[in-house]
Design a protein around this ligand. Structure first.
Ligand SMILES: NC(=O)c1ccc[n+]([C@@H]2O[C@H](COP(=O)([O-])OP(=O)(O)OC[C@H]3O[C@@H](n4cnc5c(N)ncnc54)[C@H](O)[C@@H]3O)[C@@H](O)[C@H]2O)c1
Length: 347
């Protein structure tokens, strides 16, 4: 039998799909059971690298389905959980928060309850790793000290509120029931395979299709960016070596305003795939940037103090923003650009 049999939830999404492939390369004797509902955000084509591997199984299903979770725990004798599954887009949560409450809160509770039932006798030997976000801490002003793991949760939108609720439930199952939990709060991820609704893929896709690139408000919001494979590396460290009951911040040491980020991407695109001759008044991709009404409850700045993870577990992000963006652009060129401008030979 394989050493660990890990239930990974949401493994057909952006981060989960990178993580599964990263994890199985690094730990070929472990087994991953990927439970994903395949919402609009889940794509099985993200998992072609692992399909057919002996240690990989895909199950289509909902984390809110307690009977299914029970069945999977029994059938695969699940030893650990890494919980990515979530509704993850703030704009969708502003339009309708119902699925966020259901999946992010109720689904996390179902997983915790099932794990506790099945691991009752030796709960200390089984890890429940919850994937959280820097958004649970709320917003900072430029110049404020970054959030530490001691900062209170002060979420400002329904997405971050649902993620904060989920993290508090995880915390309570450790404090009350002794479940061996770890929680990681990560800053904004980017990289290949990210859904086009998110900021960086939106900028690239809009540029490829010569549409306006919408930037909320004055574009002065600051985010910290982490390349998705660096996130996977940090998750692997915390999953194996993090202390039970602890929370760890994960960040990229890469704070940048949304406006500056979009200009940087546009400038890279000018070199990577020069505008087609028939692009009219648009002379540079930057000309497509358009400021639109700000998102309600829009947080000004996210930034994390990541010294705990760095000092205790030795994590350092490896990928600088330019390299990560180049890889993301190249990946999108093979998907979006080829569809938008089939006549061009790019990438
Ligand atoms: N993307 C980021 O920048 C970022 C940053 C910090 C934390 N996070 C967190 O990381 C996790 C993964 O984020 P992502 O960007 O990969 O999200 P994503 O939206 O790309 O993927 C989410 C996945 O969860 C699945 N899913 C949704 N509801 C489900 C349900 N009820 N049952 C089973 N599967 C379900 C979807 O089908 C999808 O495959 C989330 O918990 C998110 O809050 C993301």
């Amino acid at each position: 039998m394989r050493s660990k049999r890990i239930l990974v939830t949401g493994g057909a999404g952006f981060i989960g799909s990178h993580f599964i492939s990263f994890y199985l390369d690094r730990h070929p004797n472990d087994e991953v059971i990927n439970l994903d509902k395949l919402t609009y955000a889940g794509r099985l084509e993200h998992l072609t690298e692992v399909e057919g591997r002996p240690g990989y199984t895909f199950v289509k299903g909902d984390i809110c389905d307690g009977d299914l979770l029970d069945h999977l725990f029994t059938k695969y004798d699940i030893t650990d959980i890494i919980h990515f599954a979530a509704e993850s887009h703030v704009d969708q949560a502003i339009r309708n928060a119902d699925p966020f409450i259901m999946t992010n809160i109720q689904g996390t509770y179902q997983l915790l309850k099932t794990a506790l039932n099945h691991w009752k006798r030796d709960r200390h030997n089984h890890r429940f790793h919850h994937i959280s976000t820097d958004e649970v801490y709320g917003t900072l002003n430029p110049g404020d000290a970054p959030f530490t793991e001691q900062s209170p949760y002060r979420p400002n939108n329904p997405y971050s509120a649902s993620k904060a609720s989920a993290a508090l439930l995880v915390r309570s199952f450790h404090k009350t029931h002794g479940l061996n939990t770890v929680i990681t709060h990560c800053t904004n991820n980017y990289g290949p395979k990210q859904h086009e609704e998110k900021l960086i893929p939106t900028i690239i896709h809009r540029a490829f299709t010569l549409q306006e690139i919408p930037i909320y408000g004055d574009g002065r919001q600051i985010r910290d960016w982490l390349f998705v494979r660096d996130h996977c590396e940090a998750l692997d460290l915390v999953f194996h070596r993090g202390m039970a009951g602890e929370e760890y911040n994960i960040g990229g040491h890469c704070e940048i305003e949304n406006q500056a980020l979009s200009e940087m991407i546009c400038d890279m695109l000018d070199v990577f795939c020069p505008l087609p001759i028939q692009s009219g008044k648009i002379r540079r991709y930057r000309d497509l940037i358009t400021h639109v009404a700000d998102r309600p409850g829009h947080d000004r700045r996210y930034a994390l103090d990541t010294s705990k993870l760095e000092n205790e577990l030795g994590f350092k992000p490896r990928t600088n923003l330019k390299d990560g963006l180049r890889e993301t652009i190249q990946w999108m060129a093979h998907t979006s650009l080829k569809a938008a401008r089939p006549e061009e030979n790019v990438g």
